[in-house]
Design a protein around this ligand. Structure first.
Ligand code: ATP
Ligand code: ZN
Length: 213
C-alpha cells in the first residue's frame, strides 16, 4: 500500500512564502508553477494543495488534506476538529481591538454596548464574554479598519503586526485579544502509513528549526 500525505498551504498571501520555504528546507522537492492548485512532490510521498487559508482547517478536518499550515487565528476562528501539532514560528501577529485615536480609553469596560467590526466574531465574542463585556459584533470580511471612519462601528478587532494600518486609519490599539503564529494542523484519523510519513516530516522540521536556533 503506497501511502501519501496531502499538505495544504495558502495559495497566495502572508503565509505562502514561508510555508513553501519550510517544505523546501525539509528537502521536499516539487514544482509550484503559478496558478497550480495541486502538485506532487518528486522525492517524498506528499501532494501539496494550494488553498485559501480560511478553507484549510475544514479540509483538514474532513481528511481531504492530512496536514495544513495556517495562522492560529484562523485555526481558532474556524474551530474545526483537528490536532495542532507544530508551532512554526513565522507569520507572527496579534489580533487586537482598535478605536479612533481621539477617543478616550480607560479599560475594556469602555467597550460595553459598543459596536465592534471584525472578521473574527467567534474569537472576539469569547474574549468579550470572558471579560464581562457586552458589545455588538458586526461581522465583515475585509477592510475592517475603515469601519469606524465610515460610521459602521465604534471599534474594530483585526490582525495587527506593526500597527501601521491602524495608524493610517486614525486608530489606536487598546486591547490584544490573542497572539498568533503559523501552526501545522493535522487530520485526526490518518492511517499508520500516513503517520509514519508524518513522523519523517516532523523529524525534518525539527532539524530545520534546530538549525535556526
Ligand atoms: P486568503 O486569500 O488566503 O484568504 P487572507 O487575506 O485571509 O488570505 P493574509 O493576509 O494572507 O490572509 O494572512 C494570512 C495569515 O497570515 C493571517 O491569518 C495571519 O495569521 C497572518 N498575518 C496576517 N497579517 C500579518 C502580518 N501583517 N504579519 C504577519 N502575519 C500576518
Ligand atoms: Zn483568508
Amino acid at each position: 500500500m503506497s501511502d501519501i500525505i496531502r499538505i495544504a498551504i495558502q495559495k497566495s498571501g502572508r503565509l505562502s512564502e514561508d510555508s513553501l520555504r519550510l517544505l523546501k528546507e525539509c528537502g521536499i522537492r516539487f514544482d509550484n508553477g503559478a496558478g497550480k492548485l495541486k502538485t506532487t512532490a518528486t522525492n517524498f510521498p506528499a501532494e501539496i494543495l494550494f488553498l485559501r487559508d480560511d478553507d484549510i482547517p475544514g479540509y483538514v478536518e474532513d481528511g481531504v488534506a492530512h496536514l495544513g499550515i495556517v495562522g492560529q487565528n484562523v485555526s481558532e476562528e474556524t474551530d474545526r476538529d483537528v490536532d495542532t501539532i507544530y508551532n512554526l514560528g513565522f507569520s507572527k501577529c496579534r489580533l487586537s481591538i482598535g478605536i479612533p485615536r481621539a477617543t478616550g480609553y480607560q479599560g475594556i469596560q469602555d467597550l460595553q454596548d459598543k459596536k465592534i467590526a471584525t472578521s473574527y466574531p467567534r474569537i472576539l465574542s469569547k474574549y468579550l464574554k470572558s471579560n464581562g463585556v457586552n458589545a455588538e459584533i458586526h461581522e465583515i470580511s475585509g477592510s475592517v479598519e475603515i469601519a469606524p471612519g465610515i460610521g459602521l462601528a465604534d471599534a474594530i478587532c483585526d490582525i495587527v503586526s506593526s500597527g501601521s494600518t491602524l495608524l493610517s486609519n486614525g486608530l489606536k490599539e487598546v486591547e490584544v485579544v490573542m497572539r498568533s503564529e503559523a501552526v501545522m494542523i493535522a487530520y485526526k484519523q490518518m492511517t499508520e502509513g500516513q503517520r509514519a510519513i508524518l513522523n519523517q516530516l516532523i523529524f525534518r522540521i525539527d532539524s530545520v528549526q534546530a538549525a535556526k536556533n
